[in-house]
Design a protein around this ligand. Structure first.
Ligand code: HEM
Length: 406
């Protein structure tokens, strides 16, 4: 891939990268492009969009840690909220800085407390077991619609307190929100076309009245009752969980199934010891990085990787490239569930690190463990089809054949 033109020097002498990281070609197989970005330098100039890029683990992690310099309130996508109107009212969490962010984060952390997540585990495990029983009756399955979408859509909505069928709305909204962090390309246009009626549906289902008591959606309103957030803020925080909580986990589970189906040795390791399910989910987050990128905006001039970035400039952080940086990981392009994947930035890092990580880990652990206990072989049954999205990297279709363990 001709993505680096060394004779050219960009702003501050930075290496110029001409590749478009949001093109279909790049998104369909991002890893060679990531290697090129890492090799080009610690900080590069992405000339297609006139923004900075960081793809090495050390720089990505340092930027995520320094939220005062690399802020989120100007948006964590390409669009700069100081110059362009966002497509929806900004998230009080993802697209906010302290002190507003800290207040919102406290309310959500309370609603998704370790105790809440712990109490969900038994129900999630039972649902995983039920799904595996159904899958084994079928033999072949599309790993995306039949497993990776099916399982979170059975367990997440009731845990949140959503009632009724919400499959299409949650998936369409997630696809749109994650495309909207990128440029206004055909992927965004395609997901926008799926959105008929979805925005009002989401808004209506974030209200106190719509949420069943006892779910973590309703628990956010406990903070409104105590006065630490307003009623409107509570609605927006529920929206954050519905936006970020489903599609991310769907894509991660799809990637985990793909990795395990393509590597019988790794599947056997998991079969031999289903307690490795958590490690397999974590290694998937490192190896496949279902959430590939997020932007930040500089609040002041800052030196990074020998380059000085000006104030008010957008920086694209390649989480996925950091997760395979050979400077940080041994044999980074190898999927290995015995690896200590701690330190990956697949859930982000710093004050914005994923607040739903514990919940999605329980989903991943319970589903993969249930499969490992009862499925002897998990194998590809056809060519996978990649799903293109400006931020998420996974599959649209993943034909699999499952044989039962005796
Ligand atoms: C495997 C599944 C998931 C992945 C890969 C993932 C990934 C991420 C990443 C990379 C960030 C950091 C964003 C940034 O730094 O700008 C993040 C933040 C966030 N995630 Fe997740 N996520 C997952 C599941 C969930 C779930 C299940 C929920 C909700 C129940 C959730 C809610 C959020 C929220 C609200 C934030 C913003 C936190 C803040 O800004 O303080 N995520 N997630």
């Amino acid at each position: 891939m001709r993505n680096f033109t060394p004779e050219q020097a960009g702003p501050g002498g930075a290496p110029v990268v001409s590749a478009d990281p949001f093109s279909d070609e790049f998104l369909a197989d991002p890893f060679p492009g990531h290697a090129g970005l890492r090799e080009a330098g610690p900080v590069v100039w992405l000339e297609r969009y006139g923004v900075w890029g960081m793809a090495r683990h050390a720089e990505v992690q340092a930027a995520l840690r320094d939220h005062e310099t690399f802020c989120s309130s100007s948006g964590v996508g390409l669009s700069d909220f100081r110059k362009e109107k966002p497509w929806r009212p900004p998230s009080l969490l993802l697209e906010a800085d302290p002190p507003e962010h800290s207040r919102a984060r406290r309310a959500v952390a309370r609603a998704l407390s370790p105790g809440t997540v712990r109490n969900l585990r038994a129900g999630f495990a039972a649902e995983a077991d039920r799904l595996v029983t159904e899958l084994l009756a079928g033999g072949t399955v599309d790993g995306v619609t039949g497993i990776a979408e099916e399982y979170p859509l059975r367990v997440f909505p009731p845990a949140a307190g959503l009632t009724g069928d919400c499959r299409e709305q949650l998936l369409a909204y997630g696809d749109m929100a994650f495309n909207a962090f990128g440029p206004r390309n055909h992927l965004l246009a395609r997901s926008t076309a799926r959105m008929e009626g979805v925005v009002p549906w989401i808004a209506a289902h974030c209200t106190r009245q719509a949420l069943a008591p006892g779910g973590f959606g309703a628990r956010i309103y406990d903070s409104a009752d105590e006065g630490s957030i307003t009623e409107d803020e509570a609605g927006l925080l529920v929206r954050s969980l519905l936006t970020a909580g489903v599609d991310t986990t769907v894509v991660t589970l799809g990637c985990a199934l793909d990795c395990l189906a393509r590597d019988p040795g790794q599947w056997q390791l998991l079969r031999d010891d289903p307690s490795l399910a958590g490690a397999a989910f974590e290694e998937t987050l490192r190896y496949a990085s279902p959430v590939q990128t997020f932007f930040r905006t500089t609040t002041r001039p800052v030196a990074a990787g020998g380059i000085t970035l000006g104030a008010g400039e957008k920086v694209l952080l390649f989480l996925a490239a950091a997760n395979r940086d050979p400077r940080r990981w041994e044999d980074p392009d190898r999927f290995d569930i015995r690896r200590r994947a701690v330190g990956h930035v697949g859930f982000g890092y710093g004050i914005h690190a994923c607040i739903g990580a514990a919940l999605s880990r329980v989903e991943g652990e319970e589903l993969l463990a249930a499969l490992a206990r009862r499925v002897a072989t998990l194998a590809p049954a056809g060519e996978p089809v990649r799903r293109l999205n400006n931020t998420l990297s996974g599959f649209a279709s993943l034909p699999l054949v499952l044989t039962p363990a005796r």
